[in-house]
Design a protein around this ligand. Structure first.
Ligand code: PGA
Length: 257
């Protein structure tokens, strides 16, 4: 997928039940105009994915899994695999800080999930970012470097060109303390430099980079105007269909400039 479209992903986390998710989509379908230059992706609870996949107009919205297991099938009680999600979702979030910190997922897990997603025609959205302590210690670039290598070590340059990287500083997620545009620019430059090192100039230019962390309808435009930033990963503000459609509108407007 080329970088000519802005990518806006709404991560609902463990919010909205199946009925609420379906009502939300209904509302969003009415408020959001289809924009050729903006790709809008919803990441509902896994339970609602099947229902929404039957309801959604894929030209207007795509779906993402918030999580999945990296094995395709087998005796893994309670898990859902990328193989089972194949054809139902277009994207899969991998390595979200809540997965890393609450569920102790490590680079080995993210790496296996990136491969599982690619194997099953799901575009990986690899989430990376430093904690407040790592930031204070001046380790942001090192952390991004380690998490990128950790997640992407086993894929080819060809596979990497379709990847999405979400820069989500842990200290900015759900705190209201969003990163400044210069933080995000510095991170996106560091990510592209690392991608270049790993996969070459073409991948570094083609990969999509998103920012996520306390983005609101008010702050969205400032990130969307940054060269090298291709979209946003929205948590809290995506739960409000009006705020979320405002953000989508901002992405459309940023593209006209
Ligand atoms: P937030 O979450 O927008 O609520 O900070 C972002 C995310 O976790 O992806």
């Amino acid at each position: 997928m080329a970088r000519d479209k802005k990518l806006i992903i709404g991560n609902w986390k463990m919010n909205l039940n199946v009925h609420e998710a379906s009502l939300y989509l209904n509302k969003l379908e009415k408020t959001v105009k289809s924009h050729r230059n903006v790709e809008v992706v919803l990441a509902p609870t896994l339970l609602a994915i099947q229902t929404l996949s039957l309801q959604v107009n894929l030209r207007q919205f795509k779906l993402a899994a918030q999580n999945f297991y990296w094995r395709d099938y087998g005796a893994f009680t309670g898990e859902v695999s990328a193989a089972q999600l194949r054809g139902v979702v277009n994207y899969g979030l991998i390595g979200h800080s809540e997965r890393r910190h609450i569920f102790h997922e490590n680079d080995k897990d993210t790496r296996a999930k990136v491969q599982a997603a690619i194997r099953n025609d799901i575009t990986p959205v690899l989430c990376i970012g430093e904690t407040a302590a790592e930031r204070a210690a001046g380790e942001m670039v090192d952390i991004l470097h380690d998490q990128l290598i950790g997640g992407l070590a086993n894929i080819t340059s060809e596979e990497a060109s379709d990847i999405v990287i979400a820069y989500e500083p842990v200290w900015a997620i759900g705190t209201g303390d969003n990163a400044t545009t210069s933080d995000v620019l510095a991170a996106s430059r560091a990510i592209r430099a690392q991608l270049k090192h790993l996969f070459g100039a073409k991948v570094s230019q083609e990969a999509r980079i998103l920012y996520g962390g306390s983005v609101t309808a008010e702050s969205a435009a400032s990130y969307l105007s940054l060269a090298g930033v291709d979209g946003l990963l929205i948590g809290g503000a995506s739960l409000d269909a009006v705020a979320f459609s405002d953000i989508i509108e901002k992405a459309f407007e940023s593209d006209k400039k």
